[in-house]
Structure formats: C-alpha cells, structure tokens
Design a binder for this molecule. Sequence first.
Ligand SMILES: NC(=O)C1=CN([C@@H]2O[C@H](COP(=O)(O)OP(=O)(O)OC[C@H]3O[C@@H](n4cnc5c(N)ncnc54)[C@H](OP(=O)(O)O)[C@@H]3O)[C@@H](O)[C@H]2O)[C@@H](O)CC1
Ligand SMILES: Nc1ncnc2c1ncn2[C@@H]1O[C@H](COP(=O)(O)OP(=O)(O)O)[C@@H](O)[C@H]1O
Ligand SMILES: [K+]
Length: 509
Amino acid sequence: MKIYSSDQMKNIDFETIKKYIPGNILMEHAGIETVRIIEKKIQNLSEKKVIVLAGAGNNGGDSFVVARGLSSKVSKLDIYFIGEEEKLSEDSRLNYNICKKLNLNFIKNFEELMELNEKFKYDIIIDGIFGIGLNRNVIGEHYNLISFVNNLKNKFVISLDIPSGVNSNTGEIQKIGINADLTIAYHGGKLGHFLYPGREYRGKLSIVDIGIPNIVESEDDLDDIYEIIKKEDIKFKIRNKNIHKGNAGKVVCIGGKTGFSGAIYMASEAALNSGSGLVYSIIPKGINTILEQKSTETITVPIGDEKREYFRAIDYVETINFINEIKPDVIILGPGIGREEETINYILKLLNEINDINIVLDADGLYAIKDDLAILYGKNIIMTPHMGEFKRIIKSDIKNKLEKAKLFSENYGVITVLKGADTIISNGKKTYINLTGNPGMATAGTGDVLAGIIASFVGQGYNRLEASKISVFLHGYIGDKIAEYESEEGVTANKIIKKIGECIKDIKK
Ligand SMILES: NC(=O)C1=CN([C@@H]2O[C@H](COP(=O)(O)OP(=O)(O)OC[C@H]3O[C@@H](n4cnc5c(N)ncnc54)[C@H](OP(=O)(O)O)[C@@H]3O)[C@@H](O)[C@H]2O)[C@@H](O)CC1
Ligand SMILES: Nc1ncnc2c1ncn2[C@@H]1O[C@H](COP(=O)(O)OP(=O)(O)O)[C@@H](O)[C@H]1O
Ligand SMILES: [K+]
C-alpha cells in the first residue's frame, strides 16, 4: 500500500488546490470525515467533554472544522488556539471565523486551559497543533501544551493527520510528541506513521479520503515510491511442475568459524526450508564435524585443513573453484564468518572475483567491506545490516534512517534491507517499510534466518527487491505466529525455520 513522504503529500495538496479543488474544500472534507470517524469510534459521544487544540497552520484549520462539526454532538467543547490570529492561512482563518461566529468557546490562555480541565476534566482531546508542516523541534508553549496533554489521565487523544511532534517524514520525535490513541490521516499514510518511534505515538490509524482526485497522482510522476507491505501484496510463484532440484534454486552459504557454526547452519536451513533445490555450506574445515552432524539435506563443503578455524585469504581460490563448478544462483556471504584479518581479506578477494552472481551480504560480511565500499559497485548485492552494522558502514548516525538506506542503495546500486522493528527495504527508488514481526524476534540467529530466506527466494527466480520484500514480511509473519501460539519470549530462530512452510501456505490463502 502506497504511503507518502511529507514533500510528496505537500505536492499533491498543492497540485490539487492549484488545478482542481480549493484548499478550503479539502479542509472541509478532512474535518467532516474526521467527525464521521469520531462518531463511529467513540461510544456515548454526547456525554463527552472535548478540548480542541488548534495550531497556526492548516492542521489547526482542520481542527476548527472538527470543532464546528462536533460542537452540537458532545456535552462540552472548548477550543484552545495556540498561535497568532494574523498568521492564519486563508483556509484556516475562514474556519476560525466560522467558529467565532458560532460562538464556540475559545480559551484565552494556557492557565485558563488548566483551570477548565481541573473543573471539567476533558475526556477527548483533538490534536490539531501540527501536521505535516512541523519543521523544527517543539519548544516553549507548544512543548508545555503537548506535555500537559500527555500527562492527562483518562483521556482519549485523537490526532489529526499525525500526532503533533512526530516528524511525518522520519517518524522521529521533535523533542516531544503527542501520545495519540487514534490518528486520522488525510489522503494516505505518511512515512512517520510507520517508522518508529512515530509508529508507537500514533495509536490506531484511520486513513480518510478527502476528495483528492486520482488524476493528481497519475499526473504526478513521483520519482520515489514508498509502500508498506501488506499480505495481499505477497505473491508466491507457482513452482513449475517439471522442476528438478538442479533448477529449483541453488544457494551457496559461505560463513562460520569455530564457535559460530550455528549462524551458517541456520542460514542454510532457512534457505532449504524456503524452497531451494540445493543448499551448500562452504565452511572452514575445523567446524565440519559439527555441521555434518547437524545438517542432513544441506551439503557441507569444508575448506582448508582439519585445523582451519576460520577462513584465510588463500581459501578464496578453493572457494571460487567450487563456485565456478556448481554455478549457484545466489551466495550468502557472512553468517558467523568472524572478523579475523585473514577472513576480511578472504571476503574482499571473493567479492572482487564474483561479479554476476546474486549475493546476500550479511553479518560480518558487512564488517569486512566497511572501509571498501567501492567494492559494491556493479554487483548484484542485497545487504542486510541491522542498525549497528549500517551505522558502521555509513559512518554516521542513523537519524532519518529511511532516507539514509534509500540513498545508500541508490549510490552503491545495492538493495538495502535495514533490519529492525520497522525493517526498511530499498533499491534507491522504491522503498518498503515492513510491519510484521515483534520484539520476540530480538534473539540470536533471527538475522541469519532472514538472510537464508532472502537468498532462497532470489535463487527461485524472484527479483532481488521482490525477494527481499517477501522474505522480510514472511520472516516477521512467522515471528508473529510463534508469539501468538506461544509468547514473544518463545520466539527463536530455529522455531522460525520450522514454520516457514506452514506460513507460506498461510500467506498464499
Ligand atoms: N491545504 C492543504 O494543503 C491541506 C492541508 N491539510 C492539513 O494541513 C496540514 C499541513 O498544514 P501546514 O502545511 O500549514 O502545516 P502544519 O502542520 O499545520 O504546521 C505548520 C505551522 O506550524 C508552525 N510550526 C512548525 N513547526 C513548529 C514548531 N516546532 N514549533 C512551533 N511552530 C511550528 C509553522 O510555523 P512557521 O514555520 O511558519 O513559523 C506553521 O504555522 C496537514 O497535516 C493537514 O492536516 C488538510 O486540511 C488538507 C488540505
Ligand atoms: N523489536 C522487533 N520487532 C520486529 N522485528 C525485530 C525486532 N527486533 C529484531 N527484529 C528482527 O529480528 C532480526 C534480527 O536480526 P539481527 O539483528 O541480524 O540478529 P542476529 O545477528 O542475532 O541474527 C531482524 O530481521 C529484525 O528485523
Ligand atoms: K496533529
């Protein structure tokens, strides 16, 4: 489902107003649709005491429409306008004046607001302080107002478009944000509704149509596309009846060192359980015995001598020979591989040699390239960093992580799967935010499993972006199923592997 950056949304509003529908009509739609949702969602509305908080921008304008629409439907309604009358936009001023003409009660100042609340105890707060026009940190009287709202007891907070203080582009909190129970968003979801921490602030999300004609979006050649992944967007290919294991997806996993055999084992098992025909694990020979005992269907390919505990630079020759011989569709490089100097050289040498095979670069494979990013150019790479790994690669903080993941993908021609509670998948043009998964997945090995699933789908012929999207959704979906059957605490990487098949079936339904 398509969602929008604040610039895109501003542009859509702008084009609509310029060519088709005056801003005050859009504002009317936004406000009236909001009232309709409130009537539907709030029981005993006629008994409620409502305070409408209106800012100086058009978000405040929407809230004046809401105030007017709700005033006769509730037991008490007051408006607190935080801003200067002279600065109101034309559309907001129109609705401000209507509220004045209707004699709705405007509270004079913050002190009066606190007094009235002491007396009446507002039970519904309408937050129209800031919308997508928030452009700096919230301080002073605005800060105090938001803090006041967040500290109220027994209230239901309804944010218009986005909770005030949440950056609609990044989901970041600009010093303070309204903790909403319900957010009613106009025209479409914004990035800040789905990226943490904004996702936690917005409560339930209702998206309403405010009458923006379809033609505006089709005219608008949006360069960047943002989507959240929905179950119905996941389309599994039908496996060819005539398929055999040699053409059902050949995956090579390269990784492991003494003490870290689990990572390569799990990546390989995940690939196998996601439908791959053949899965090979290339490992340092020192861990072969352990892996052979664990693995049955995957084929282990030990490199070096019995004492080899980790890969050495020289091992790349044997590795490349094997790769050339079996011609895999995809290689996973990195799970459990470690950070020995020799191993880093091994990884860099391999990457230099492999140009036309799909690669999922994971875990310490990402550590190895952190100072050699140019090695990524011209290859078919999916990178799967978590936030810490990504920070190390981009050598900066991860403020505005979606934009950074997108830019990185564009600059280096890779697909980035930036893992976290709100995993971001981007090829630089198209960017997805995943909504499945739960805190139970913050447990060892789940990342290795994801790498295995992604590689498996790439090997089965899905394009790299599609494979990443499907895999991230599926991986989180499985985590959610386990959390539902058992508990979040019960989620483990091995359980995820065991449920891949069942959950693919579920999603196909
Ligand atoms: N006609 C349309 O386009 C439609 C728009 N719609 C609605 O409009 C919303 C967008 O409206 P918007 O663009 O006016 O911005 P909005 O979010 O109200 O905030 C801007 C105001 O806040 C101020 N301000 C910002 N940050 C601040 C801070 N930290 N601390 C203090 N002040 C701060 C800023 O002040 P300034 O920067 O000028 O000093 C300005 O006064 C959108 O979310 C939707 O609800 C719908 O009705 C559909 C039609
Ligand atoms: N709070 C969370 N909500 C949803 N998914 C999460 C959460 N925490 C972690 N995950 C997922 O779990 C996986 C963890 O991967 P990673 O950090 O590489 O772990 P490991 O290195 O232990 O395998 C990622 O796919 C991530 O998206
Ligand atoms: K708001």
